[in-house]
Design a protein around this ligand. Structure first.
Ligand code: 13P
Length: 282
């Protein structure tokens, strides 16, 4: 069932667990993730970056793949199709028009005033179409950062200002980065809790790969309702496929090669669902 993220994350906030957001990269990954979450009776958010949408042939292609897989595979758990880090108003509108049920507008590279103004425009457009909106405050770094510095962290005051745009969810940068960390992440839990209490919004934690389990549990207790995971699945799948290709040098059927990463990806998903507390909740 394709839905927006509203009920999913409101329920997660009330019952103190976090819904997984897994990034998709192709048809097979989408299928593996949907099957794993359906088997484990967990809601799931399929995150699509601009790069992934372009790689897969465009937003309408992604949307058609997801909705048809849900039908053909008889997926019964709630699934949200979510634009990850939309960098412009136009790209958010394009995803919405193509059937995405949720979008993230990432205005973190702009001034606070500009971020608020652009986020508001996305919210007004999205809500008319029953699409939910996530926004970012502070700056979540990339792998090149490896570890976040204080200047990248969201402030409580800025978070409150951005929440007034009517967004449904907030991703405050509080020490996580995308990709692999250089050392241990240094999440500011105190501020996370304060932002959760003052904005009263379900919070989103990006850069889920490499955050120790105890820190993820603590983040959930401080208001995190959605955890974004990408790199971890990429590594799990790639390691399995690499081993398969190296030990089966005469296999050239791409279906066998891509499928050889299925178990690794599904096992990694199950471990994450256990940690987040979503197994069996549907
Ligand atoms: P990782 O690649 O670090 O898991 O982060 C994913 C993410 O935050 C996508 O928005």
């Amino acid at each position: 069932m394709l839905v927006n993220m509203k009920n999913m994350l409101d329920k997660a906030k009330k019952e103190k667990y976090a819904v997984p957001h897994f990034n998709i990269n192709n048809l097979e990954w989408t299928r593996f993730i949907l099957e794993a979450c359906n088997e484990n009776k967990s809601p799931v958010i399929l995150g699509v970056s601009e790069g992934a949408a372009s790689y897969m042939g465009g937003y309408s292609v992604v949307s058609a793949i997801v909705s048809n897989l849900i039908d053909e595979l008889k997926i019964e758990v709630p699934v949200a199709l979510h634009l990850d880090h939309g960098s412009s108003i136009e790209v958010c509108k394009k995803a919405i028009e193509s059937g995405f049920t949720s979008v993230m507008f990432d205005g973190s590279k702009h001034s606070l005033e500009k971020n608020i103004e652009m986020t508001k425009e996305v919210v007004d457009y999205a809500h008319k179409k029953n699409v939910t909106v996530e926004a970012e405050i502070g700056s979540i770094g990339g792998e090149e950062d490896g570890i976040a510095n204080e200047t990248m962290y969201a402030t409580v005051e800025d978070a409150i200002q951005l929440s007034k745009t009517g967004i449904d969810f907030l991703a405050p940068a509080l020490g996580s980065v995308h990709g692999l960390y250089k050392g241990e992440p240094n999440l500011n839990f105190e501020r996370m809790l304060e932002i959760s209490q003052t904005t009263n919004l379900p919070l989103v934690l990006h850069g889920g790969t490499g955050i120790p389990e105890e820190q993820i549990k603590k983040a959930i207790s401080c208001g995190i309702c959605k955890l974004n995971i990408n790199t971890e699945l990429q590594i799990a799948w790639t390691n399995a496929v690499r081993e398969f290709v190296e030990t089966n040098k005469n296999v050239y059927d791409p279906r066998k090669i891509i499928k050889s990463g299925e178990k690794a990806i599904k096992d990694a998903i199950k471990t994450k669902l256990e940690l987040l507390g979503t197994i069996g909740i549907i």
